[in-house]
Design a binder for this molecule. Structure first.
Ligand SMILES: [Zn+2]
Length: 174
């Protein structure tokens, strides 16, 4: 059975035939992931294999990607390596989701069919950081330690000073 990553197919068929698909999906083609990112370059690559495990329709999914996110400390773009290796139970309703054993993730299938794109979109989305930041030993982190909210420049910049900050200084001197 030949199947592209963009095509939806019935879960029963995918599982029944134990379909395996190697994929390279442009990040721009992942709707929810690309909604979170400003730069849509790059691909999500990997492999998925459908089967039935412990009575559940599952997809064993391996994905790697290098999406570009924006560091929330220095506001510079950075690559965020994503490496997912998970067993995802494909369920059609919340009752079925409750019966999924620990160790499996849950993917809610709409209309009994699924595409590899849907699965990869969700898994990469879950792997994105809420507040991306460069490593603690990076240049970005060191700069923050050196100057927490204080500019390096001398104080002689009356135009940029807030009047009440000066008032605070005056009160402190009393
Ligand atoms: Zn940074």
């Amino acid at each position: 059975m030949s199947l592209g990553w963009s095509r939806r197919a019935p879960v029963d068929t995918l599982v029944g035939t134990e379909t395996a698909i190697d994929f390279t999906i442009p990040v721009a083609e992942l709707p929810r992931v690309s909604h979170e990112l400003t730069n849509h370059e790059g691909d999500a690559k990997g492999r998925v294999r459908f089967s039935r495990q412990q009575g559940h329709a599952v997809a064993d999914l391996e994905v790697s990607a290098q999406p570009e996110v924006v560091c929330q400390r220095c506001m510079q773009p950075m690559r965020w390596p994503v490496k997912v290796n998970s067993r995802v139970a494909l369920v059609s309703d919340y009752d079925a989701a409750d019966r999924v054993p620990d160790g499996m993730e849950v993917f809610l299938v709409e209309g009994d069919s699924v595409s590899v794109r849907d699965l990869v979109d969700e898994e990469v989305l879950l792997a994105l950081p809420h507040v991306p930041r460069h490593d603690e030993d990076s240049e970005c982190a060191r700069q923050e330690v050196q100057s927490p909210g204080q500019p390096d420049e001398p104080d002689d910049e009356p135009d940029t000073q807030k009047p009440f900050a000066q008032l605070g200084e005056l009160l402190k001197r009393k």
